[in-house]
Design a protein around this ligand. Structure first.
Ligand code: COA
Length: 262
């Protein structure tokens, strides 16, 4: 598939998807969502890729939301907006199923659907100049790409209510204090800081990374006992891998582990 609105690049084991409609603040129209779905599948299928970075083109925006003009067009028929929400949700859900960590590198405005895209990533880094928010209520709608669910799970229902009901924008540091953003860097250090975080994860065993991500994700909807039973299952499976033997041998031999993903 030839992409019009995104760029997909690979550097070693890191794939980067850049949403590339800077003149529209990288707003997500249907075409862009379709391209993201295709690129997420490609990243998932490529065994040489260990992690994904998502970012926006230009200096101003990560993604300033769903494309408002297009949203208005599809909202004209009875089910158009709901169908678009379902489509967007299904695209973002692919990040849950990627099997490798994804990091939203928030270089500017991450609003509405852009904030929801960042929330769908495993982790979020941000430029100190970035601004995040869910301004849908100002447009008479609510988040439709999973944001009401993910923000409540990541930062808690109190924060989710504040963001969703006020529509306010929050600076990167504030979002960091609220637990929405994991790390904040000066704009000129954003890429380097994000790569350091990604490379730190890539130095670990890929099976352990996948199991760790799945345990947290699946546990969101479980009570403590069910969550612990699931955790036991992953723990037991991880302990049967070659990576476990390598990791422990490396520790005892005081050397760096060389994980193979087996
Ligand atoms: N959908 C479609 N187009 C968008 C957009 C969106 N979500 N966000 C920005 N754009 C377009 C603007 O319409 C404008 O296009 P134009 O040059 O053809 O008029 C262009 O991007 C630049 O945006 P502009 O508003 O002029 O930039 P700004 O620096 O003054 O403001 C924002 C930046 C991000 C604060 C502002 O664009 C904004 O509030 N965007 C909408 C955010 C939003 O409500 N998102 C939720 C959508 S559900």
């Amino acid at each position: 598939m030839a992409y019009e609105n995104i760029l997909l690049a690979k550097d070693g084991r890191v794939a980067t998807i850049t949403i590339n409609r800077p003149d529209k603040m990288n707003a997500l129209n249907h075409q862009t969502l379709s391209e993201l779905a295709h690129a997420f599948d490609a990243v998932q299928a490529d065994d040489s890729v260990g992690a994904l970075i998502l970012t926006g083109s230009g200096e101003k925006a990560f993604v300033a939301g769903a494309d408002i003009k297009e949203l208005l067009d599809v909202a004209g028929n009875d089910t158009g907006a709901a169908e678009l929400a379902g489509f967007g949700q299904s695209v973002f859900r692919r990040l849950d199923e990627l099997g490798k960590p994804s990091v939203a590198m928030i270089n500017g405005f991450a609003l509405g659907g852009g904030c929801e895209l960042a929330l769908a990533c495993t982790l979020r880094t941000a430029s100190s100049k970035a601004r995040l928010g869910l301004p849908e209520v100002s447009l008479g709608i609510i988040p439709g790409y999973g944001g009401s669910q993910r923000l409540a799970r990541i930062a808690g229902p109190g924060i989710a209510r504040e963001w969703i009901l006020t529509g306010d924008m929050f600076g990167a540091e504030e979002a960091h204090r609220m637990g929405v953003v994991n790390r904040v860097f000066e704009p000129e250090g954003l890429l380097e800081g994000t790569m350091k975080l990604v490379n730190a994860m890539l130095s670990k065993g890929p099976i352990a990374l996948r199991f760790g991500m799945e345990a947290v994700l699946r546990g969101w909807d479980m009570d403590q006992a069910a969550g612990e039973a699931m955790e036991t299952d992953y723990f037991g499976k991880a302990a049967l891998t070659e990576d476990m033997r390598e990791g422990m041998a490396a520790f005892l031999e005081k050397r760096k582990a060389n994980f193979t993903g087996k």
